[in-house]
Write a protein that binds this ligand. Structure first.
Ligand code: NAD
Length: 335
């Protein structure tokens, strides 16, 4: 049996997840949740989704009685992740929620508790955890192939000068913040999984606002430095001012890097021992097939993809905002 998945929020990323579902070995697109009737009609026709598996945001809770949906994959704006995770859990459905998991650590705790109470699994959409170049970065860093990593530079940015001023990415309520919330997650994640450590402190600085008509509620760019127990530092920028997409790690006896490094790729990388040679894969299919067997077999999800992992990222994200606002070094709890 394949895991029967309903996609909730049919925007840009949902289309990539849909393509991943089409290639997945263990999952199948079975239902949709959308606020736009025209989209519902198109998806029903194009992807053979029965009417009984189509929901609006208002009648979503009726999914409770639908035995042909196992899991809800939430690709809504960040500010709606918590509400729909709680509603899916209440309806007895497993959840994959996109990054960032929610807007605060408290939100994440409530989501984790709700899923635990309902006896459903909760995963966060960390596609790079299943991507071969990133698995290699983890191996090189955590196994200290070039000795202790001392410095990581990991930054991601897209120039958003042409963005619709009404886009939810510019809304504090719907996005929770600017490029830090949407792109910074990848930089933080790469630092955490390459070092295999949790940051203990953060310093941060907001960048200049060069597009004042757009960035009234959320930051246009922010740079930060995560300080790890080993003494390693991960320095990053998440920005809407310019395009940047790279990862670099310097260790005692060598270095390794990816550029493009944190986007959808295709990634190109090398280490002091030569160029990487890993296949280009469908990242969404790999992620779905990494998660699904645990749910199908009723086994607990590995920690690195669980709600707890999402919560840890939120703790860092909130710490970065606090450090940038106060100009002070902010200590981070280690659990
Ligand atoms: P999007 O704007 O393209 O899609 C959002 C969808 O939510 C749209 O279909 C929109 O109609 C719907 N929606 C419902 N209520 C809404 C409201 N009140 N305001 C605005 N839209 C509303 O956005 P996206 O790029 O698909 O991002 C969706 C989620 O996926 C975000 O959490 C984002 O961080 C995440 N994402 C993840 C990746 C990844 O690689 N893992 C990549 C892109 C986006």
């Amino acid at each position: 049996k394949k895991l029967q998945v309903a996609l909730c929020g049919l925007g840009r990323y949902a289309n990539l997840v849909r393509e991943g579902l089409a290639e997945s070995q263990y999952c199948q697109l079975a239902g949709i949740v959308t606020g736009t009737p025209a989209k519902a009609a198109r998806w029903k026709a194009d992807y053979h989704i029965p009417e009984k598996n189509c929901y609006s945001y208002q009648d979503f809770d009726k999914i409770l009685t639908n035995k042909s949906i196992d899991l809800v994959y939430i690709t809504l704006p960040n500010g709606l992740h918590k509400e729909f995770t709680l509603r899916a859990a209440k309806a007895g459905k497993h959840v994959i929620v996109e990054k960032p998991m929610a807007l605060t650590e408290q939100d994440c705790q409530e989501m984790i508790a709700a899923c635990r109470q309902a006896g459903v699994q909760l995963a966060v959409g960390y596609r790079l955890h299943y991507e071969p170049h990133h698995l290699e970065l983890q191996r090189l860093g955590q196994q200290k192939v070039f000795g202790q990593v001392r410095l990581i530079e990991a930054s991601l940015g897209y120039r958003l000068a042409d963005i619709d001023p009404q886009d939810w990415h510019l809304s504090k309520a719907l996005a929770g913040g600017g490029p830090l919330m949407n792109l910074g997650v990848y930089c933080i994640q790469s630092g955490r999984y390459v070092l295999g450590e949790e940051p203990v402190a953060v310093t941060a600085q907001f960048g200049p606002v060069t597009m004042p008509g757009l960035f009234t509620e959320v930051e246009e760019s922010v740079s930060w430095q995560l300080h790890f127990p080993s003494g390693a530092v991960c320095t990053s920028t998440a920005t809407a001012s310019c395009n940047i997409d790279r990862f670099f790690a310097s260790a005692d006896s060598g270095s390794f890097e990816l550029s493009p490094g944190l986007s959808y790729g295709p990634f190109r990388g090398k280490s002091s021992r030569g160029a990487f040679n890993f296949p280009v894969i469908n990242q969404q299919a790999a992620q779905l097939d990494g998660i699904a067997p645990y749910i199908l077999d009723s086994k607990p999800l590995p920690a690195h993809i669980s709600g707890e992992e999402g919560r840890k990222d939120l703790r860092v994200l909130v710490g970065i905002y606090k450090a940038a606002k106060t100009g002070k070094r902010v200590a981070l709890r280690s659990n």
